[in-house]
Design a protein around this ligand. Sequence first.
Ligand code: GSH
Length: 230
Amino acid sequence: MRLYVIKISHFCERARWGLDHQGIQYDERAWMPGLHVPLARRLAKDTCLPILATDNGVVQGSGAILTWARLDGGDASLEHRFETVIGPLIREYFYSGTLHDPRSGVRDVLLQGVSPVQAALGRIGWPVIRHAMAAHMAIQPTRLPELERRIDDELDWADTLLANGGPLSRDDFGRNSITAASILAPLARPDALPLHRQICLPPDMEHAFERWHAHPVLHWVSDTYAQYRH
Ligand SMILES: N[C@@H](CCC(=O)N[C@@H](CS)C(=O)NCC(=O)O)C(=O)O
């Protein structure tokens, strides 16, 4: 079995963690952003990663992969919010602060783990890739304050979710915890995901990270990684 990923993607981490948690063996193949579009289309219906290729066909998308791995117990509204609101929001925030800046190191992080040919193509084609990514996700440094405010709201919501002891509970580790912890991981930067620490963020973003550090849900993410992600 093979899991196709963009290494730093939090959606790919969600699928990877689910498979690991279920004790499913696979090998991982990293693709560079941009080239993943034609490569994914050759395998599956959509251009999205992660894709899991099994003996019986392909499974595309982190939620579908968790379901395929029989990781049940997901709360539909929690998953919907993390998949369609919080996940994309965090991604846009990261790229808005880093894609345009060669000092951020984001290019090298995005090329980690890809084949030497893809890495060479990625370095040569970076101006085009960067441009295409920015256009595809409406990435602009001027959006940072707006995105930061929206992340504030989502972290408040996630704090409340955790405090209420509903689908996200400190005492119950499973699909909901894997979903929330992996999607929020870029903000908590746990030790288990060193790539996130390799990106150099502008000072305004680092200030936001310091502020966010006070959110109980991000402590919970770090604790959950330390306890369950080996
Ligand atoms: N809802 C999907 C989202 C996956 C997603 O957005 N993957 C990104 C990588 S972070 C991707 O493949 N982006 C490229 C594209 O959509 O063409 C999931 O949970 O798997």
